[in-house]
Write a protein that binds this ligand. Structure first.
Ligand code: PGA
Length: 247
């Protein structure tokens, strides 16, 4: 099965940061495992065009971190549509990251974001996850189910990847236990299978993934890859995550 290593740069980077990705690209090009995985980077909007041009025909694909809930052009100041993202050559977009949910993205908005992104042929990395309070109340499964049910539609079958990111784990160094994470991943896969009628849904894990924690995560064969925040800004850490995954 193909694995995914996705680097979410958040609010980080200038054109000079290309040097980080050049090192990652060099590593991949010589890696004996390179056929087994895909590397995708989601830089801020300001860098998409530069990175797409630079990595054309290379090993790194580029995506956006968010995509607006309207299709093409509108009068919403600051908004960037999926049409605009696709027009500069990005192939992927994150949708539903907890940072954006916190800022007001509801399930209804997310459903539109996903719909229009898919219409514009973007592959969607749809982020879901429970917060600490919900986890303590043992509501994890019901929260995840609702987040999926309210947004997914059957016609997204080929365009959607799920990233399970427990909010309490993002940027905190706290990670779920192997048992917990195995169960949630299997649970998410069962829901997606049913909803999309897809035999092999792709489910990634995100939240404090680094060169050390990956050694635990790699033991869970149900996980199809990772959404990596902090550690993706360092070429060394990002490369070590891939290396450690395969050793
Ligand atoms: P983190 O972020 O790896 O820094 O925890 C993950 C994310 O927010 O996607």
């Amino acid at each position: 099965m193909m694995k995914y290593f996705i680097g979410n740069w958040k609010m980080f980077g200038t054109p000079k940061s290309l040097s980080i990705l050049n090192k990652v690209n060099y590593f991949i090009s010589r890696d004996k495992n390179k056929k087994k995985y895909k590397v995708i980077i989601t830089p801020p909007f300001t860098l998409i065009q530069t990175f797409v041009d630079h990595f054309k025909n290379k090993k790194i694909s580029i995506g956006a971190q968010n995509s607006y809930q309207k299709e093409k052009f509108s009068s919403d100041t600051g908004a960037i549509s999926p049409f605009m993202i696709r027009s500069v050559g990005a192939k992927y977009t994150l949708i539903g990251h907890s940072d954006n949910r916190k800022e007001g993205d509801t399930d209804k908005i997310l459903k539109d974001k996903v719909k229009f992104a898919s219409k514009n042929n973007l592959k969607i990395i749809f982020c879901i996850g429970e917060n600490k309070f919900q986890k303590n109340k043992k509501k994890t499964f019901s929260v995840l189910k609702k987040q999926l049910m309210n947004v997914l539609e059957k016609k997204l079958i080929d365009n959607i990847i799920i990233a399970y990111e427990p909010i309490w784990s993002i940027g905190t160094g706290k990670i779920p236990s192997k048992n917990e994470l195995t169960k949630s991943t299997i649970f998410i896969k069962s829901i997606v299978k049913k909803m999309l009628k897809k035999k092999t849904p792709i489910v990634l894990y995100g939240g404090s993934v680094d060169e050390n924690s990956v050694n635990l995560f790699k033991q869970i064969k149900e996980i199809d890859g990772f959404l990596i925040g902090g550690a993706s800004k360092s070429s060394k850490k990002f490369i070590d995550i891939i290396k450690n995954y395969y050793t």
